[in-house]
Design a protein around this ligand. Structure first.
Ligand code: NDP
Length: 498
């Protein structure tokens, strides 16, 4: 008894002598970039070979504007070569290969991506600006999972579509954006190849490097030449691919504006088309929701990937009775987000993808202030070089403000309020978009009531931004048409005529 008492007294004495740490900031934990070898110059990957480009541009690291490599600016002639290679590969065996053989290639690609995942994650963060913990824990595992998933379907298409004689479409032209460069490549390539199509893919201008590294994987997997061809370049290269006469299907992910132009261009050509466009998702919090959980979901919904997410929960609807405590919790949580070097493993919010995107975000944020919304930004020291934007919350937002209507595609949240479920629904659906939505409540019946009425392709309940290859993803209205993922994701790459 006396010994124990003495021990406690000693601990007490020590506690008073050692000052409590006053600074809890994280020590930096940078991921080494040595694992990636970036070449000085990249050409196009056509027919299994590297083709030297006539013209190049520099791709940079948005965290410090470092020039990373010179990349080809694809011309219509380059696109034509890639399409011809894809056509030959289609006719020369790929389309008639048994599904079980195609599956082997996809399984191989999936395993190779897993094996080399750290290398890809570092390159993705370097070229795109997203935090390494996201590319490491989200982009890469999901990209590999997509190939695994569609490998499983390759020899089961007749069971997936009984009595409908599923056959490949032909050559698919695929145009992808810069927010999830490798993941979007996986979303596009895996179902197309599983169904027996060949592909010409154009990565986004600002983020071509993981797609170019992926060509190594295609070679390692010994995919027959011409089955996948990659032509880099800006919007002109994408437009040349859309115009190409020998392409049977276009799959596009990007802005609604370009999506509409592509739809106009393809009208009447008989080519198949899927469009995955923008969004302005409503994240709706009822007064019976678990608030701390909801705050985590709201933060994940809008600050994940710097808000460069088509399904980002950019409009927060809060039931009036919990508005004040929720906003207070949200602002407190915002002040703990770590903004900075994408390669630092502690970073929560990385760099904005490009100078052009930063300008767009700044312009829309300025319009919010001008129209009368109240802005909150936590104290934050931003790096001097590179493209950065402080996580931002707007309160006192009217439905008509641009920040409540237009897709900002940045770390900017607009908070609005509602009183009844009917009002929440009406406000949530008051947008030209319809990609995703979130509902936070403890009542299952209310979740179902809302989910049935929300005009959104995906509705998350008590969570946000959850993805799985087996789950179809896609929009209503100006968010596009067609689904990616799941059984539904096979259909755009198949024809069923006799
Ligand atoms: P774009 O729609 O321009 O880019 C998407 C892809 O299409 C890129 O590969 C792009 O090439 C290509 N492209 C551009 N013009 C054409 C064309 N005429 N024909 C065929 N392909 C084309 O989006 P931005 O990068 O300009 O971003 C603008 C806004 O779009 C963002 O602020 C955001 O609101 C929204 N957006 C939505 C995305 C989504 O996932 N739904 C993804 C990206 C953006 P290049 O990169 O060379 O321009």
């Amino acid at each position: 008894m006396r010994v124990g008492g003495g021990f406690v007294a000693e601990l007490d004495r020590q506690r008073h002598e050692v000052a409590a740490p006053g600074d809890w900031t994280y020590a930096s934990a940078p991921e080494s970039r040595d694992i990636v070898h970036i070449r000085d110059r990249y050409g196009y990957f056509i027919d299994g070979e590297w083709l030297e480009p006539a013209e190049t541009y520099e791709t940079i690291a948005p965290r410090d504007e470092e020039a990373l490599a010179a990349v080809g600016q694809g011309t219509p002639a380059d696109v034509g070569r890639a399409v011809a290679a894809a056509r030959n590969a289609y006719a020369d065996g790929w389309s008639s290969l048994p599904g079980s053989e195609r599956a082997k290639y996809l399984f191989r690609i999936a395993r190779l991506l897993q094996e080399r995942s750290r290398e890809f994650a570092v390159l993705e963060s370097l070229n795109g600006g997203k935090p390494i913990k996201e590319s490491r824990d989200v982009d890469l595992p999901l990209a590999a999972a997509h190939f695994f998933y569609y490998a499983g379907w390759a020899d089961k298409l007749e069971y997936a579509f009984p009595n409908r004689r599923p056959r490949p479409v032909g050559v698919a032209g695929q145009i992808i954006p810069w927010n999830f460069p490798l993941l979007m490549l996986a979303w596009k390539l895996a179902p197309a190849l599983a169904c027996g199509n060949t592909v010409v893919l154009k990565p986004a201008e600002t983020t071509p490097l993981t797609a170019l590294l992926f060509c190594d994987i295609l070679r390692q997997a010994e995919l027959p030449p011409g089955v996948v061809n990659i032509v880099t370049g800006d919007g002109r290269t994408g437009a040349a691919l859309v115009e190409s006469e020998d392409v049977d299907k276009i799959a596009f992910t990007g802005s609604t504006e370009v999506g509409k132009a592509i739809q106009r261009q393809l009208a009447g050509t008989g080519k198949k088309l899927t469009l995955e466009l923008g969004g302005k998702a409503a994240n709706i919090v009822f007064d019976d929701a678990a608030l701390d959980q909801a705050v985590e979901g709201i933060v994940n919904g809008i600050y994940f990937n710097q808000g460069h997410v088509c399904c980002a929960g950019s409009r927060l609807f809060v039931q009036e009775s919990i508005y004040e405590p929720l906003v207070a919790k949200l602002e407190r949580r915002l002040s703990t987000l770590r903004v900075g070097d994408p390669l630092d493993k502690n970073t929560d919010v990385g760099a904005i993808n490009s100078a052009a995107q930063l300008d767009r975000i700044r312009e829309l944020v300025a319009s919010g202030v001008e129209e009368g919304a109240e802005i909150y930004q936590p104290p934050c020291v931003l790096p001097e070089k590179g493209y950065w934007f402080v996580p931002t919350v707007f309160t006192n937002v009217a439905q008509s403000y641009r920040i409540a209507q237009e897709e900002i595609f940045g770390p900017v949240l607009s908070v609005l309020t509602f009183r009844t479920p009917e009002e929440a629904l009406e406000k949530a659906n008051n947008t030209p978009y319809g990609l995703s939505a979130g509902v936070w409540t403890e009542k299952g019946s209310r979740i179902l009531w809302m989910a049935q009425r929300l005009r959104a392709g995906v509705v998350w309940a008590n969570t946000f931004n959850r993805f799985d290859p087996s789950s179809p993803f896609g929009g209503y209205k100006e968010s596009g048409f067609g689904r990616e993922g799941g059984l539904h994701g096979l259909e755009p790459y198949l024809r069923f005529d006799e």
